[in-house]
Design a protein around this ligand. Structure first.
Ligand code: NDP
Ligand code: MG
Length: 398
């Protein structure tokens, strides 16, 4: 029977890649709901092609969307609004699969709603897990939710772990003969830049990733290596492993998407061309496999695989994220909120590239790291950290 899919963040890079795969398998999947935030024209194009039953947009976009729907004879599509609308489609009883691909903290409550309703949840929105890791993983266990990682590294790790690993004991120790996880990082566009060069890089340069085509926020995160920091935290939660068992390995070619080392000396790697359609298709079809347009890896063309240690002096974000994971409690939420504010400020030319990590560091020092045992406390800390980070940005202004 065909699976009914809800795509949170359909107009984004992950959303569009997901739609591309669904188009290839119309007998397996139908699109029930799609959501957008600012790209309304793109949403209308998606509606023309995929005929969803429901869309979700911010309330201030409804008039514009209705006008387009009228012109395109799409009036039968139901329009829901704002966070309540996102939550409603995420937990809708007609939905089997939710792709959580909203960027940032805005995706937290809809993603959690999907997890709590026991659907198959494909997790791209890493910020949601960074903020609420323990609560989200507990909700997934309580509701027997199949929570599958879409982030290419975590999807690779999932593929390299022994079967049933996610059901193993969750005590921070690697289980079932696993020794450690090797989380690969491309190193981003500024891998070889020195500290002085890093002061002068522009948003346009930061958004031009050498291997992956992605949304602006994650592109900047990849350039600062905060993306790898968030992924370190993501891996700890998904695979119930303490941070000392996750080693970051810079691998500029992005052919190996991550590895798992075993106690017997084996190292398993998942490899492929860098295209998010592969992990999305894997998570959609797991435990089966479906076809994508991604060409098979040609090892005679990609014949070099290089590896090096990350440099946390030039890329301090990685160190900040590891410390936040060690501190636990609200520290990852504060780190994430400050980073979202700092990245937006950098994209608006309000601060320099190297100041992004400084804003995060200062915010972590200013906001108290309290208990994180409810979503309310997490959302409060997120708001507080944002206002503190805003203030720090204003005082930084280059
Ligand atoms: P994009 O910026 O391309 O897309 C983000 C999506 O979220 C868009 O649909 C956008 O709507 C929507 N959105 C933005 N802000 C809000 C908001 N406040 N409320 C509701 N919806 C909102 O990002 P990506 O697709 O690149 O990334 C999505 C998530 O997936 C991120 O968490 C990222 O870290 C993760 N990820 C992405 C990868 C990639 O290759 N792109 C790889 C691994 C993980 P609109 O466009 O209409 O404004
Ligand atoms: Mg990734």
């Amino acid at each position: 029977m065909s699976q009914s899919v809800c795509i949170l963040g359909a107009t984004g890079s992950i959303g569009q890649s997901t739609l591309k795969i669904l188009l290839q398998h119309p007998e397996k999947y139908s699109v029930f709901a799609v959501t957008a935030y600012s790209r309304i024209l793109e949403l209308v194009e998606i509606c023309k092609q995929y005929h969803p039953q429901v869309v979700v947009v911010p309330s201030n976009k409804v008039d514009e969307l209705r006008q387009y729907f009228k012109n395109q004879h799409l009036n039968h599509i139901e329009i829901l609004t704002d966070e309540a609308g996102l939550i409603a489609v995420a937990e809708h009883s007609d939905v089997d699969v939710v792709m959580a691909a909203i960027v940032g903290a805005a995706g937290l409550l809809p993603t959690l709603a999907a997890v709590k309703s026991g659907k198959r949840v494909l997790l791209a929105n890493k910020e949601a897990l960074v903020m609420s890791g323990d609560i989200m993983m507990q909700a997934a266990r309580d509701h027997h939710t199949v929570l599958l990682p879409v982030d290419s590294e975590h999807n690779a790790i999932f593929q390299c772990l022994p079967e049933g690993y996610l059901q193993a004991e969750r005590n921070g120790q690697p289980q079932k003969g696993v020794a450690q996880i090797l989380l690969t990082a491309s190193g981003g566009p500024f891998l070889h830049y020195d500290l002085d060069q890093l002061k002068n890089v522009t948003p346009a340069q930061a958004c031009k990733h050498p291997n992956w085509s992605m949304g602006q926020k994650i592109s900047v995160d990849s350039a600062t290596l905060m993306n790898k920091g968030l992924e370190l935290i993501e891996a700890c939660h998904l695979f119930a492993i303490s941070e000392q068992f996750v080693t970051i390995v810079v691998h500029p070619q992005s052919i190996i998407h991550s590895m798992v080392q075993y106690v017997d000396g084996s190292t398993l790697a998942q490899m492929g061309n860098p295209d998010m359609c592969t992990p999305i298709a894997h998570a959609l079809a797991w435990p089966e496999r479906i076809q994508t347009h991604v060409p098979a890896l040609d090892l005679f063309v990609n014949h070099r695989l290089d590896f090096q240690e990350p440099d946390t002096v030039r890329f301090p974000a990685l160190k900040l994220a590891r410390q936040a994971m060690q501190s636990g409690r609200l520290a990852p939420t504060i780190l994430n909120a400050a980073n979202e504010v700092a990245v937006a400020a950098f994209l608006n030319h309000a601060i320099r590239f190297d100041e992004i990590s400084q804003v995060v560091d200062k915010t972590l020092n200013h906001v108290e790291n309290g208990a994180a045992n409810s979503i309310e406390l997490i959302l409060q800390a997120d708001l507080l950290a944002r206002s503190v980070a805003d203030q720090i940005v204003m005082n930084t202004g280059s």
